[in-house]
Design a protein around this ligand. Structure first.
Ligand SMILES: [Zn+2]
Length: 285
C-alpha cells in the first residue's frame, strides 16, 4: 500500500521500532530498495531530494513508487527531503508524494513556525504528511556544508512549542548527527534526545543516519526516533560498485551487467538497516 508518513510512524510507535527512510538518487535503485522491505515484512520510506525529484520527475517517482507498493503489497511512503521552497513542496504534493519535509531550520523560530504551518495546512488538506526540522544539523547535504560552529542542538522546550504550534507529523532533531558522514561515526547526544522525547508528543526523526553507530540504534528507538534517515551509505556504495563494474565491463555489454550489482549492493544495505530498525528481539507486542 502507498501510505503517508503519519501512518508509518503510528505503526512504528505501536511496535516500538523505527522506519528506515532511504534516499533514492535514481530510478534504477528504487525497486531493489522496496524489495528489501518486502522481504523483511517492513514498511519503507523512499525519499528524494528536490533536485533528484526534478531530475527524475515528481510524477514519474509517484507513479513508479505507487505501482510497486501496490503490486508488491509493501507499505511505502514517498517523501520529499529537505525542501526549503514552498513551490517545490506544492509540486511534490500535487504530484502525489505522500510526505514532505519543510526545512525551515535556518530561519528564526517564529518564521520557521509560520512557514511550517502554511505547509501543514496545504499538505494535510491533501492527506500528505509533513516533517519539519528544529536546530541545525551539521555536515554536507546537496553540496551545502554546515560546519561545527553553525551546528545548533535542538532545544527541548522550543521543540515542544514548535510541534504544538505547527501540528507537524514528524520532527527532525539536531542531536549530534551530521549529513554526509560516512568515514567515521558520531556520538549521538542520547540524554538530549531523551529530554526532547519526554515533553514532545510528535514522532522524532534522525538525519545523517549513516554516521550513527549501530549499537546506538535501540536507544534511539526507545527515545522516540520513528523515522531514521539513511542516504550517504547507499550513495557511496552504489557509486563504488558502479565504478568497479563500469570500469571492468566491455562497452558493448548490456548496461544491466553494470547496474544490477549496484542495485543489489544497495538492497543489501537497506535489508541490513531495516533488520536493525525493526528492533525485533526487543519488540513489545
Ligand atoms: Zn537531512
Amino acid at each position: 500500500m502507498y501510505i503517508n508518513l503519519k501512518e508509518a510512524t503510528e505503526k512504528a510507535e505501536r511496535l516500538n521500532c523505527t522506519i528506515g527512510a532511504f534516499n533514492a538518487h535514481n530510478l534504477e535503485m528504487l525497486p531493489s530498495m522496496i524489495d528489501a522491505a518486502k522481504e523483511a515484512g517492513s514498511p519503507i520510506i523512499i525519499q528524494t531530494s528536490v533536485d533528484t525529484a526534478k531530475y527524475i520527475g515528481y510524477k514519474t517517482l509517484v507513479t513508479v513508487t505507487k505501482s510497486i507498493a501496490n503490486s508488491e503489497m509493501v507499505d511505502v511512503v514517498l517523501h520529499l527531503d529537505h525542501a526549503k521552497d514552498f513551490n517545490d513542496i506544492k509540486n511534490a504534493i500535487d504530484a502525489g508524494y505522500s510526505s514532505v519535509m519543510f526545512d525551515g531550520s535556518s530561519l528564526p523560530l517564529k518564521e520557521n513556525i509560520m512557514k511550517t504551518k502554511a505547509v501543514v495546512d496545504y499538505a494535510h488538506k491533501r492527506g500528505t504528511s509533513v516533517e519539519a526540522e528544529l536546530g541545525i544539523i551539521g555536515g554536507t547535504e546537496e553540496g551545502i556544508t554546515i560546519d561545527g560552529s553553525e551546528v545548533k542542538y535542538t532545544d527541548p522546550y522550543d521543540a515542544k512549542y514548535f510541534a504544538e504550534a505547527t501540528n507537524v507529523d514528524a520532527l527532525a532533531v539536531a542531536i549530534g548527527t551530521n549529513h554526509g558522514q560516512f568515514k567515521s561515526k558520531t556520538n549521538v547526544n542520547i540524554p538530549l534526545l531523551a529530554e526532547i522525547n519526554e515533553i514532545v508528543e510528535t514522532p522524532l526523526v534522525v538525519h545523517g543516519g549513516t554516521g550513527v553507530k549501530e549499537e546506538d540504534v535501540p536507544e534511539l528507538i526507545d527515545n522516540g526516533i520513528r523515522k531514521f534517515n539513511v542516504g550517504t551509505e547507499l550513495l557511496v556504495t552504489w557509486t563504488e560498485t558502479a565504478k568497479k563494474y563500469f570500469g571492468e565491463t566491455k562497452v558493448n555489454k548490456s548496461l544491466r551487467h553494470n547496474i544490477i550489482p549496484c542495485n543489489e549492493a544497495v538492497k543489501n544495505i537497506v535489508a541490513h538497516k531495516i533488520n536493525l530498525f525493526m528492533n525485533k528481539e526487543r519488540v513489545k507486542i
